[in-house]
Every structure is written in structure tokens, then in C-alpha cells.
Design a protein around this ligand. Structure first.
Ligand code: EPU
Length: 422
């Protein structure tokens, strides 16, 4: 296993091209199961999670080719509607195949995802939605069986809480249901809008994506399409944090600033100067970040996927900040590691009280999830001495060659074998 080693204290300067969004690519790949045909995706990020989704599609009988950022998926023959434990265990988003398989084949079976490093993360709302569309759901030997031998029929579904993959799964199932489905209290993330655009291009009739009420007129004939994956707003936000903490200047090209307004405004509050165009953004960090209070909530609020990276920046602010994590119950695993670097952070329930310190010092740190890993890299960029971020496989799930991108803008960062990986 590898680790990332950073020699901190360098001001970053230059241009970084933002990759396609992991959380848009995963549902888009799952959506290929909805109908037979040959799909072509461009701007697909080179990530472990994308490889896992491709492996899953192959298990089911799809023929998939990945060349650079282009992935072709042929779904003429889908013979095996099952997501096995070994793949679901490594990536919860595997559950996104349930909806499209139910819609196309009237049956699907996936290993029920267990708890994860950031929270319990049940999929009860996905399953409740499928039941409302007429599927019979049973649990057997750790697997969820979903069956709708007579097909699905449209319904009004209210989500008890806002769920991103839940909305995506139900949207895909509803495309294959007879009649109209209305999703109330739906998630509004840009990735939902992107999926709806892809499904409409395939022949579906979906309106309202991007609002909390999505209407799907199901039962249309679907066909394969070519589509480009939207830019990764969390990757862009992570590099904004890197510029903010090093007092640097970064131009982020190929991003969509309209997807990250809540994040942009927080960095402005922290003292950064930001200018943006349609598909680029420039950020200049101040001498030292100012404090800012942050509360994570569903889009368009501040995203939970940026909480840890923002905390790294605020850990060296010239004052005190309060961060409230409202989405996941256990997404503060990075705090203990940041404390080892000298950060002063107190946790109380959903709140983290961050008292900015003058500087952080490099240390050996261990990450437990994707965004926590990214936050430790951000912290390491500003810390004196060397920071070793271990368990780098988390990072590879969601950041495309992050060390190469940071090195090109002046960071001293390398990937090295971890001789003591435990
Ligand atoms: N929840 C339930 N029941 C459900 C579904 C969700 O209780 O059936 C709860 C969750 O436990 C959580 C909250 O609802 O407390 C919101 O979770 P959501 O379902 O929205 O999360 P998700 O769809 O599993 C996606 C992203 C996450 C991101 C969250 C929140 C993908 C593949 N994953 O997860 O991304 O943090 O939305 O925005 O889109 C990441 O990229 O690092 C990542 C974790």
C-alpha cells in the first residue's frame, strides 16, 4: 500500500484541470442497465470507484471498455442481475444498480451495504420507494431481493429525508414504471440534474430535476446515448482549500462555478479573492484565513463532502469557527488526526469548535475515508515539515492523480510505498 508524503509550507501557484465528477459518473454508468445499447461516456475520471462500477457492470454481462477518459458500455446482454458482496463492500454506490435493473428486468439482488466510516448510511428509503412502486423486497443471507414480476407502477413518493443516491435510484426505477411517479423532497444536487438530463436524452420524460419535486412519466422507450460527465465540484472545492491554506493562486479550468456557490462564498468569507467564468474559477488565498462558521446541509447548502477540507483551512484561521455536520453522524474522523498536527478542535455532538492556530506541524496521519484523506493533504500543504498520509486507497477512490496535480502547481508531494501500512 502507498502513502502520500508532503513537505508543507509551499505557496501553490498555477492551473489545475478539474476532472469529471465521481458522483455523476457512478449513477450514469448504472443507468446504462436501463436498456440495451452501446453508451459512450467522455470526461470520465480515472478513479477506483469508477473501476468498481465498471467491474459491477461486467459481472452483470455488460461489455465495458475504458480508454483514457472515454468509457464505452454495451448493455445488449444483461444476464445476471446481482451485485455481489465483494463489490458492494468496497463501494456503497453499487446500490445504484437496483433501480435500473428493476426497471428493465423486474428483478434485482444486491448485497445490503453495511455501516461505513462516516455513518450508518442505511438504504431504507431506496427500498421503501421501490416497494411503493410495487416491488416486493425481501432480505435473505445479507442480500436484498427486489422483484416486480408484473412491472412497476408510478406513485407519489415522499422522501422522509433528502437522499442523493435514493433520489437517483428511484428516478431510474420510475423511468421503467407505468404511469407517473412524483418524487417529493427530492435531492437537488447538480448530479441529480445531470442524471435526469442523461435519462431524458435516452428517451425518458422527467421534469423538475434540480427542485425538490421531480415528475417522471414512465414507460417510454429508451435508447443508448453519448454523454460527457459534468465536472467534479468537490475536487474543485478541495483545490480551493489548497489555495486558501497556502495563500496561493490557483486557476481551476474545466469546472462549473455555478455548482459550488456555497463553497465559494465561504472561501470569500475566509478572505480569499475569487473570480469566475462559465467554466473556470481563479482563487487567491489571503495572508491567513479568517474564521467562518459552516453548517453542512443538502444542496444548495454547504456540502458535507467539503466539510473536512474546509476544517483544515479553518484550523489555521486567525480566530474561532464553529462547524456543524448535519448530514452524517460520524464524519469527524479527521479531527483526531488534525489534532496530531497541532490543530485545536473540540467536538461536541454535531459541532466542531475550531480555534485557529498559528501553524500546523507535519505528522504521520491516517485517513478513514475519502474526504478525510483529502483534508489531511490540505493540512499537510500548510504544515511545517513532513506529513505522511497513510491508507491512500481512500484517496484513489475519488481523486484523480491528486499528487500529480498538486506537484504541477508547486507542492512538494510524492507517493511512496508504505513499509508499515497497518
Ligand atoms: N439516509 C437514510 N436512509 C436512506 C438514505 C440515506 O437514512 O435510505 C441518510 C444517510 O444515512 C445520511 C443522509 O440520509 O445521513 C443523506 O445521505 P444520502 O443518501 O444523501 O447519501 P448518499 O446518497 O449515500 C451521496 C454521495 C456522498 C455524499 C452524500 C451527501 C454518491 C455516490 N455519494 O451519498 O458522497 O456525501 O450523497 O451529499 O453520490 C463522497 O463523495 O465522499 C461521498 C460520501
Amino acid at each position: 500500500m502507498d502513502k502520500i508524503v508532503i513537505e508543507g509550507g509551499r505557496r501553490l501557484e498555477g492551473e489545475i484541470r478539474i476532472a469529471g465528477a465521481k458522483n455523476a459518473a457512478l449513477p450514469a454508468l448504472a443507468a446504462t442497465l436501463l436498456c440495451p445499447g452501446k453508451f459512450v461516456f467522455s470526461n470520465v475520471p480515472d478513479l477506483k470507484d469508477v473501476d468498481t462500477m465498471i467491474a459491477l457492470l461486467k459481472v452483470m454481462g455488460a461489455v465495458v471498455k475504458k480508454e483514457g477518459g472515454v468509457v464505452t458500455v454495451n448493455t445488449e446482454n444483461i444476464a445476471h442481475a446481482e451485485a455481489p458482496y465483494d463489490l458492494v463492500r468496497t463501494m456503497r454506490a453499487s446500490c445504484l444498480v437496483l433501480g435500473p435493473l428493476l426497471a428493465r428486468l423486474g428483478t434485482s439482488r444486491i448485497s445490503l451495504p453495511g455501516g461505513c466510516a462516516i455513518g450508518e448510511r442505511p438504504i431504507n428509503l431506496h427500498l421503501k420507494g421501490f416497494q411503493m412502486l410495487g416491488a416486493e423486497i425481501t432480505l435473505e443471507e445479507g442480500y436484498v431481493n427486489a422483484n416486480a414480476p408484473d412491472g412497476l407502477s408510478g406513485q407519489k413518493i415522499y422522501f422522509d429525508l433528502v437522499t442523493v443516491t435514493g433520489t437517483e435510484n428511484l428516478m431510474m426505477a420510475a423511468v421503467g414504471a407505468k404511469g407517473t411517479t412524483v418524487l417529493e423532497n427530492a435531492a437537488r444536487e447538480p448530479e441529480i440534474v445531470f442524471l435526469a438530463e442523461m435519462l431524458n436524452k435516452m428517451g425518458a420524460d422527467i421534469s423538475g430535476a434540480g427542485t425538490d419535486k421531480i415528475v417522471i412519466n414512465g414507460g417510454r422507450e429508451m435508447r443508448a446515448v453519448e454523454i460527457s460527465i459534468i465536472p467534479d465540484r468537490v475536487e474543485a472545492g478541495t483545490f480551493m482549500a489548497a489555495a486558501a491554506i497556502t495563500g496561493g493562486f490557483l486557476r481551476l479550468s474545466g469546472c462549473d462555478p455555478s455548482h459550488i456557490e456555497a463553497v465559494t462564498l465561504k472561501f470569500v468569507e475566509m478572505g480569499c479573492k475569487i473570480t469566475e467564468g462559465k467554466d473556470w474559477l481563479e482563487i487567491t488565498g489571503g495572508k491567513r484565513p479568517h474564521p467562518a462558521d459552516i453548517e453542512t446541509n443538502p444542496y444548495p447548502s454547504f456540502p458535507t463532502d467539503m466539510q473536512a477540507q474546509a476544517m483544515a483551512v479553518l484550523s489555521v484561521a486567525d480566530g474561532a469557527s464553529v462547524i456543524t455536520e448535519s448530514i452524517f453522524e460520524n464524519r469527524y474522523m479527521h479531527v483526531a488526526e488534525m489534532r496530531r498536527m497541532g490543530a485545536k478542535i473540540l467536538l461536541k455532538g454535531k459541532n466542531a469548535f475550531v480555534q485557529g492556530v498559528d501553524s500546523l506541524s507535519g505528522a504521520q496521519v491516517m485517513a478513514t475515508d475519502l474526504r478525510a484523506s483529502a483534508s489531511l493533504i490540505v493540512a499537510g500543504l500548510a504544515a511545517s515539515g513532513k506529513t505522511h498520509v497513510r491508507r491512500v486507497y481512500h484517496l484513489d477512490r475519488g481523486y484523480e492523480h491528486i499528487e500529480d496535480k498538486l506537484r504541477k502547481v508547486g507542492a512538494i508531494i510524492s507517493r511512496q510505498p508504505d513499509k508499515n501500512p497497518k
